[in-house]
Design a protein around this ligand. Structure first.
Ligand SMILES: [Zn+2]
Length: 287
């Protein structure tokens, strides 16, 4: 799933390629992906793209005051095309096309979504805040207002595990399953730690880990073509998705434990005092 760094890079990519061009045509192939009807998608052709931005994990294309807001969800992606095929797009295939945007110079981009569980969402709105997911976002971790003090206010009194808190878009915007694993590994904090029990020093370390991890990832992604971003995300991760591999910091074996609807990866030596976390789902099954 694309998280803050990848969406930030996609926004930068679109700023370079799309801003200044007029939309020629929009093909909606997956009707279910389009979540709004007013203004209609047909309002876009003829208008010029004036900006591209990111809100959390949402991508926002400003088309002369009408916003095309996209959430790529788990398996959605943006594919740039220097030349959009003239033939009308057909649905189906391994990476089914959900939406295609044609620009005035013949270029354009596709929004695709793999898999059977569909989550890709497209909104056409007059104000990005008309999208409930955007309106409900917490502070952006790359914004100057996201200070260690702000994070201290956020964790205060929260009796939830820090892993879940970091992924909660209404608490902090843009961090998902992958970068929360990375941030906690950098900060040397257990993913199961209860947020409210973090000391002031822990919070300062965690804040630093959030900002540097995301900034580094954004820096690595900058200037990359849309199709290269996924590979860059994978190679840049130190623990996420690396179960059984060696921790690059201490050499211990990276472990995995189930969490919420998926799994998380962590290093026992770096994060949990050398003790593996109990897999609650597994121990429940064994009872
Ligand atoms: Zn380690």
């Amino acid at each position: 799933m694309p998280e803050l760094p990848e969406v930030e890079a996609l926004a930068a990519f679109l700023r370079e390629r799309v801003v200044g061009h007029a939309v020629a045509r929009v093909d909606v192939l997956a009707i279910s992906a389009l979540k709004t009807y007013d203004p209609p998608v047909t309002a876009l052709p003829g208008l010029t793209v004036t900006g591209a931005a990111r809100h959390g994990k949402f991508l926002d294309l400003d088309v002369d005051g009408i916003h095309l807001v996209v959430h790529l969800a788990r398996a959605g992606w943006l594919r740039w095309r220097d030349e959009v095929p003239a033939k009308p797009a057909r649905p189906g295939g391994k990476n089914p096309l959900a939406l295609r945007v044609h620009l005035d110079d013949g270029s354009g981009f596709d929004l695709t979504e793999a898999g059977t569980k569909k989550g890709l969402a497209v909104y056409v709105v007059r104000d990005p805040n008309d999208v409930p997911g955007v309106a409900g976002l917490g502070p952006d971790p790359l914004d100057a207002s996201f200070t260690a003090d702000r994070l201290r206010e956020i964790v205060a009194g929260k009796r939830t595990r820090i892993k879940g808190l970091l992924r909660d878009q209404s608490v902090i915007a843009g961090i998902g399953n992958a970068y929360s694993d990375e941030v906690l590994h950098v900060a040397k904090v257990s993913p199961f730690k209860i947020a409210a029990t973090l000391t002031d020093d822990d919070v300062a370390t965690l804040h630093d880990a959030i900002v540097t991890t995301l900034r580094d990832a954004v820096g690595r992604s900058r200037g990359l073509e849309a199709q290269d971003l996924k590979g860059e995300k994978k190679t840049g991760l130190r623990v996420h998705g690396r179960k059984g591999e060696k921790c690059p910091v201490c050499g211990d074996t990276i472990r995995e434990v189930s969490f919420a609807d998926s799994a998380l990866q962590y290093c026992p030596t770096c994060q949990t005092g050398g003790k593996p976390l109990a897999d609650r789902r597994l121990s429940r099954l064994l009872k």
